[in-house]
Design a protein around this ligand. Structure first.
Ligand code: CA
Length: 229
């Protein structure tokens, strides 16, 4: 799974470079622009998951650009964190009014900034995550109850579907059979742990038809893990 792509819009080169470095070290893909016009071009040509936007820019201000983005249907949902040197309550209110998702006042520590970015990404991703999960070419839509692997539709029983959805949202962690029963079947049900193995076997068989069965690993003595490389 690729890390989120952050577009840094900042006219002061030293600050921009510091941000690019700090966000890169935090594992983000970093895009950059020195003003709103450049930022617009970068946005048109790159997948952008969040915009870190300086308030005071030469030419069009960050606030004005944010306002325009919010009116543009294509980019209206990209989260924006506004950055300002002033840090007054009134600015904060104005920034949030134009549709920014958060507001950071200079000076800030890179660590604080990264935490704020992750929080905004989590919030903005929630809606999408509830419906659509995509990993390793597997796309699962929990609202439409639809699964495809390498763009081919795949049919699963409701239980296997829920099991796969659980694994895809909790990768690389080992779950015991009883944990899986709690999480996938629900705590109130009384089902033998053996049942889990039956459904895992069926799910693996279907994934094997698409060369994805190695994703579900048996961890001897513990349970199962959905393992991403
Ligand atoms: Ca500036």
């Amino acid at each position: 799974m690729s890390e989120a792509a952050i577009l840094v819009v900042e006219d002061e080169e030293a600050i921009r470079e510091m941000l690019v470095m700090a966000l890169g070290q935090a594992g983000f893909t970093v895009l950059q622009a020195a003003d709103a016009a450049q930022a617009q071009t970068v946005l048109e040509h790159n997948r952008t998951d969040l915009i870190l936007l300086d308030w005071m820019l030469p030419g069009m201000s960050g606030v004005e650009w944010a306002r325009r983005l919010r009116k543009n249907r294509r980019h209206a949902v990209v989260p924006i964190i506004l950055v300002t040197a002033r840090g007054e309550e009134e600015d904060k209110v104005r920034g949030l009014e134009v549709g920014a998702d958060d507001y950071v006042a200079k000076p800030f520590s890179p660590r604080e900034l990264v935490a704020r970015i992750r929080a905004v990404l989590r919030r903005s991703g929630q809606h999408e995550q509830e419906h659509r999960i995509e990993l390793e070419g597997i796309v699962l839509d929990t609202e439409e109850h639809h699964l495809s692997i390498d763009r081919e539709p795949v049919t699963l029983s409701p239980t296997e579907f829920r099991l796969l959805a659980f694994f895809m949202t909790h990768p690389n962690k080992v779950y015991s059979r009883s944990q899986l029963l709690d999480e996938v079947w629900g705590r109130s049900t009384f089902i033998e742990e053996r049942t889990v193995d039956v459904h895992i076997r069926r799910l693996r068989r279907i994934l094997a038809e698409h060369q994805r069965d190695q994703l579900i690993q048996t961890v001897r003595g513990f349970g199962y893990r959905f393992s991403l490389q």
